[in-house]
Design a protein around this ligand. Structure first.
Ligand code: PA5
Length: 435
């Protein structure tokens, strides 16, 4: 299977190949710091080795819990916010049917909570949980984040009402810190099965820990294959010091090059609707890692061709602020072709027998050409297909590139001090003691 490729051909009007090559020493210095663990944020580098150091006993226990909960649940409520839910959601939404909520599958349907405080959302969720057998996977590294704590209190009360306290405690799994935090203490007291988020793995880099693995396995997907994909990509990222051979270094280089030329926004674009949560996960990864000291590309996303009929106008002729990073998928998982129509009243018989991938590829090519002509540099990231293996590759690729890119930008990519500001204000307004 081909690996991820990063093509910068369509950025040449903005930055010459020589300029990108000239950045290689800086990129390699950033990579050296990442691997040596001798720069800012070095206490959060556990993710670098995760694919190769995963605890196999933990994986065996996790799969046993997945089987036990799956046998008695039609629904799994995954409670978490930010890095404690986006990675799992990205993989599940990429792999499951777009119509999963309408189809009674063999595996539990995954629903989410703790990522919002919307009251209607919770009343609708509780109405669903009234009629479905369900379990809860509650995830919080700190164990004190307000949104998941509020959601857990609401859903746990519902679960205990529905099944009684004893059975409820067998339908809850907690993923949190090994020693600290309210969620840790609740899990210990109530005797919930517990999984640990390693101290040295930050939330947005935690998808290859139980944070991502448990919900993804519950949804029925092959986490071993995903880890295998991540392992292959780790091998490449760590061992190849060339821009041509190492896609993560090339991506880190082109982003920094274009940023230095005045580009302010990076649009992640895909013509696969099932990758929309890849974009959400990526936004958090890059936004929270690089958006510091008034620096960093603003991560944004578009789904094509859907958004070409809304944001397409701005992309073509609005302020020239942005680069575009287009994710292209070589092979579909299934083929749908255009049927012929004898009357041809819609005038599209010229498409007869073409597959949607052929048409979508032309849409992508057409978009790249139009945007390049309109002054937007376009980077192409190509993956073979959408499956567990390539998603594992993509996860590690984006994480590694993020670490290298953040160090090249000159920020600590592994903290998130800015996230605290709204919390202080909210706690003050809610009258939390001490605020
Ligand atoms: O990347 C991060 O660290 C954050 O997005 C956290 O994942 C998010 O704030 C949730 O934190 P916690 O897992 O402590 O509840």
């Amino acid at each position: 299977m081909e690996t991820i490729k990063v093509n910068i051909e369509h950025t040449q009007a903005h930055t010459a190949k020589d300029e990108i090559n000239a950045l290689l020493p800086e990129i390699l210095t950033a990579k050296k710091h990442l691997l040596a663990g001798d720069a800012a944020g070095n206490d959060f580098l556990g993710w670098v080795d995760l694919p190769d150091t995963i605890d196999t006993d933990m994986l065996t226990r996790l799969k046993a819990d997945v089987d036990r909960l799956s046998a008695k649940s039609r629904v799994l409520v995954v409670i978490g916010i930010g890095g404690s839910y986006l990675g799992a959601r990205m993989v599940i939404e990429a792999l499951q049917s777009e119509f999963a909520s309408m189809v009674r599958g063999e595996k539990p349907h995954i629903v989410y909570a703790g990522h919002t405080l919307g009251e209607d959302y919770y009343s609708q969720l509780l109405a669903l949980l009234d009629r479905e057998d369900y379990s809860i996977c509650v995830i919080s590294k700190s164990g004190t984040t307000t949104e998941p704590a509020v959601a857990f209190r609401i859903v746990k009360a519902h679960l205990e009402n529905k099944y009684g306290r004893e059975e409820a405690s067998k339908r809850i799994v907690a993923i949190t810190d090994e020693h600290r935090g309210a969620l840790h203490d609740i899990a210990v007291q109530e005797n919930y099965p517990m999984y640990v988020i390693p101290d040295n793995v930050g939330g947005r880099f935690s998808v290859l820990t139980p944070v991502g693995l448990l919900p993804i396995a519950m949804a029925g997907y092959d986490i071993d294959r995903m880890l295998e994909g991540a392992r292959t990509m780790r091998n490449l990222c760590i061992n190849d010091d060339t821009l041509e051979g190492n896609p993560a270094l090339m991506y880190a280089a082109i982003r920094n090059c274009l940023y230095r030329k005045g580009i302010k926004v990076e649009m992640l674009v895909s013509c696969q609707p099932n990758l929309r949560y890849l974009a959400e996960w990526w936004k958090q990864l890059y936004g929270e890692s690089e958006g510091k000291e008034h620096k960093g590309l603003l991560p944004h996303s578009l789904s094509i061709t859907t958004d070409l009929h809304s944001m397409g106008q701005y992309m073509q002729q609005g302020e020239r602020l942005m680069m575009e990073t287009m994710i292209r998928v070589r092979k579909p998982n299934a083929t749908v072709t255009i049927p012929t129509d004898a009357k041809n009243l819609d005038g599209i018989n010229y498409l007869t027998d073409k597959s949607l991938t052929q048409i979508n590829d032309c849409a992508s090519e057409g978009t790249i050409q139009a945007h390049v002509d309109g002054g937007v540099p376009v980077v192409e990231i190509t993956v073979d297909k959408i499956d567990e293996y390539t998603l594992g590759q993509l996860i590690y690729f984006f994480e590694f590139a993020c670490g290298v890119s953040g160090y090249t930008l000159g920020v600590n990519p592994f903290d998130q001090p800015g996230v605290e500001a709204y919390k202080r204000n909210m706690f003050h307004l809610l009258g939390k003691p001490g605020f």
